[in-house]
Design a protein around this ligand. Sequence first.
Ligand code: CA
Length: 616
Amino acid sequence: MKYKLLVLFVLAQLSLFSQNVRIDRVEPPSWWAGMENPNLQLMIHGKDISSLEPGIIYPGITVGEITRVENPDYLFVNLTFGKEVVSGSFNIVLKDADKNVASYEYKILEREEGSAERKGFDKTDVVYLIMPDRFANGDPSNDDMPGMLEKADRNNPDGRHGGDIKGISSHLDYIADLGVSAIWMNPLLENNNPEYSYHGYAITDFYNVDARFGTNEDYVNLVKSSHEKGLKVIMDMIFNHASVYNWLIEDLPSEDWIHQFPEYTRSNFRGSAIMDTHASDYDREKFLTGWFDHHMADLNQKNKLFANYLIQNSVWWIEYSGIDGIRIDTQPYSYKEFLTEWSSRVFQEYPEFNVVGEAWQQKESITAYFQKDAPNRDGYNSGIPSVTDFPMYFAMSKAFNERDGWTEGLAQIYYVLAQDFLYAAPEENLIFCDNHDLDRIYSSLGENFSKWKMAMATLMTMRGIPMIYYGTEILMTGNAGDGHGFIRKDFPGGWPDDKTDAFTKEGRSKQQNEAFGFLQNLLEWRKSNGAVHFGELKHFVPADDVYVYFRHKDENCIMVALNNSSNAVRALDTDKFKECLKKFNYAVNVITGETINYIDAFSLPPKSVLVLEFGK
Ligand code: CA
């Protein structure tokens, strides 16, 4: 028996030497000298390498703890960077006894000037959301790529249509001309899944752009050229789940990197379980650990190595690509302690950066819980400055369809704003009328152009950071109930064989040009309007189908008046608004450009919006 063990041992040793020991990945794939946080956790991957001893020699870098996990294909090496570290490269060597059996060149890069001081997106911005697969196909040669499982099929609403980074970069002038100042793209990282891979939310590689969208370098160049056009870039990141085909999930470092169940267990999607003082452990666990969908493994950020991996991945992309912000997918679904750690590490490196968390919750109070500095009873602080304002979305997508009542119609918007005391900073909320998961606003409003104008004018003048979903400016339609593919249709003109090109004035219908112009005018005006960016909001209880709110800052004051009646003209006596208007004696109609010298009374046509900017 002993002899047998000895033979096995010798054979095992022999096999180690006979096979080619190889490091096939190190992540993060590079790092920088001069980061605020001196620590770096390297994840080294290679077949059966864990019994080997890693060695790194570089001036100023100290090798600390080395961690081995269940899976013999991994080594985790902690490094500490001294202040004296400069850019360069070193070899990560793996030793068996004193013999080097593998080596991997690792680069320490120099940071770009001003990288740490970058200013994130803010209240002066308007965000344009693009689904990259569906916006424009700038390079048909990358529609199908070797090694990528799903092939393009434009006839399949749930298939890949071929949109890419080049398609976006070649339409930056269109986006800038519309007047928005930031773009958020749904995830561009590799989604090498056999089907339904176009949306980007089932990542298979955290460090590489999907080859069908382009390369990492293409992404960096897109950020650069966006900046040249005055457009900030927001990257979409997901910490809650990853594709079951992610190489890391297929070769788990240890079983506890993901939440696993004897049979498929779905999240209950109830974010309320996080702060509900009556919540059962059962519901809270199910919300946090249940899977989002069959092909998306639920990640366990309680595993310290994985948490560190995800945080470093975010910092790597910020530093590498030059982005101006991050949108966190499914924020409440990750462990809340992890998110606090994540945000503190991100803001440690980039104090002026900005992040918006997707908190898709029904209620103001539940949404508010997830924002930085929220006045939470349990003391929880996510550290995430902006949250997606779903309660405002629900109100704006319904208000203009309803007859006004105590809580219906415009009162929906009124009551959302009346609850702003629940938020630490409601003016930092991302506000929107639709997105890639929701009915398109023009469809929600029954394709009624007057209601659409009311919604857009409200969105552009409301507190918060407005976001427009691509195609809203040309009245694109679609209902989520028909399938997600129908709210993510191809932008007309984005494909070489498209019959119409809505990127050009000539390619748009008369009504589409009117819609584009309506938004463009508001966006241009909003760019320099301090009252809309930073002003206080004061509103008056809706009455007789009319709702009025003001935004004011210093000498700058605007009034928004909405008439929600579908047939009655309403007279607006401004005497009621004395507290806001006493200083002013004329106004400019922001939508028509007309100057109005008599501001004591206005007439509001049915289903209309009036935006006035006052002057003395
Ligand atoms: Ca393409």
